[in-house]
Design a protein around this ligand. Structure first.
Ligand code: ACO
Length: 372
């Protein structure tokens, strides 16, 4: 029997993350995401996902230094960027940029576990640079080189805006990156693992993952959520907007989830961040609209917000343009994707499910000249 959308099909064993959709729990390597979101850093989560344990201070420093050292993109990628900035959407740029990053990777086509670990770190380190470079070029601004003194999240905001973010903004972004870092067998991670299972290279697997993330039913939902907040414009419009949309049988972006039947634990933190940022920046409107949409969707449809809904207003407050919100999701998911690819290689079997044939059978072939 067909399991449409592969719901509840267990496609792989993993030591990276686990979800309890009934109770709204999420763990990375057995650590509760609530603890990681409030006490950890993105770099620490990178280490955790790739080493399956928390680092010591010395180990974390070493990893952070490695990431800082790998932030610059190759002249080949920088040379492509003016064209990409003019001609492609941000997610298409990222898909192309990550694919092209294989060209001058120092490990070339080497596919040892060690080489793949190095490729993973380079991808994690360079993705923010690609996004920021693209944005600076498309807005006719000077590129801002990475600042080696700043951690991953703060450096991204710095490269994007040319200004060092304040500590609270940097921490807020860092928290969102932690929350997005991994999430079991979601569509993009599954895509990456399918590609890796053919023993295609790391860059191919991650290029595919970015392509899968792009769609509005997956990572594209944070951008769609932001567009919805703008369309609604004021909390007093939310009820009518949601009811009209549901009456047209359209989906409310940022709501619902295949696995969570209750509050997505990531949304808890993003809601808090959205409210805090709104208050701190003196612009509580996005939070208020969001909260009202949440109330109406809950009463009309019984659906909870997923990770993407409150991420939209958080990113708006951090100065991230709407069409860069999904690329930011990608830069946050990079440690998860690359760790899953390495895990797949380490215990591989070709992923090749079945399909159920539902078309006609035993048809008689008629030569083309005799067809009416
Ligand atoms: N708005 C309105 N109705 C919804 C929504 C929504 N956001 N989500 C689910 N439903 C309804 C469906 O219409 C359907 O109702 P029906 O049975 O009356 O037709 C029912 O809930 C089940 O929907 P499915 O599509 O079967 O649920 P599925 O598990 O396949 O979908 C998904 C999960 C794709 C996330 C869905 O909830 C959705 O489209 N949400 C909006 C897009 C979104 O926010 N995506 C981001 C997900 S999180 C992430 O990828 C990081």
């Amino acid at each position: 029997m067909t399991q449409k959308g592969l719901e509840e099909v267990v496609a792989a064993e993993t030591r990276l993350s686990d979800v309890d959709g009934v109770n709204g729990r999420l763990w990375y390597v057995g650590y509760d995401v609530h603890d990681l979101a409030t006490s950890s850093t993105f770099e620490e989560v990178v280490y955790l996902l790739h080493t399956l344990r928390l680092p010591t201070e010395a180990e974390l420093d070493e990893l952070s230094d490695r990431l800082v050292a790998e932030r610059e993109v190759s002249p080949f990628l920088a040379g492509m960027m003016p064209t990409l900035a003019q001609q492609t959407s941000p997610m298409s740029m990222l898909r192309t940029g990550v694919s092209a990053a294989s060209a001058y990777d120092p490990d070339g086509w080497e596919d040892t576990p060690e080489a793949n670990e190095r490729k993973a770190m380079r991808l994690i380190a360079k993705t923010p640079t690609l996004i920021a470079l693209y944005h600076r070029m498309r807005t006719d601004q000077e590129a801002v080189p990475p600042n080696p003194k700043l951690p991953h999240a703060a450096n991204f905001l710095y490269m994007l805006s040319g200004e060092e973010p304040d500590q609270e903004d940097a921490v807020a972004l860092d928290t969102t990156l932690i929350l997005y870092a991994d999430h079991t067998m979601n569509a993009s991670t599954f895509t990456a693992r399918v590609i890796a299972s053919t023993l295609a290279d790391m860059f191919s697997a991650i290029t595919g993952a970015i392509a899968a993330l792009k769609g509005p039913l997956h990572g594209g939902a944070n951008e769609e959520s932001m567009k919805m907040l703008e369309e609604v414009g004021d909390p007093s419009n939310a009820e009518r907007y949601v009811k009209d949309k549901l009456a047209r049988r359209e989906r409310i972006m940022g709501f619902g989830h295949r696995v969570y039947k209750t509050e997505d634990p990531r949304a808890t933190h993003l809601r808090r961040l959205s409210q805090e940022l709104g208050e701190r920046k003196g612009d509580p409107r996005w939070f208020e609209i969001s909260a009202e949409i949440e109330r109406v969707v809950a009463s009309e449809k019984g659906l909870h917000p997923n990770v993407d809904f409150y991420a939209a207003s958080v990113y708006r407050h951090l100065g991230i343009p709407t069409d860069l919100m999904t690329p930011v999701f990608a830069l946050a998911r990079m440690p998860g994707w690359t760790a899953h690819v390495r895990e797949q290689y380490a215990d591989n079997r070709l992923i090749r499910p079945e399909s159920e044939y539902v078309g006609p059978r035993d048809q008689v072939y008629v030569p083309i000249a005799q067809r009416g």
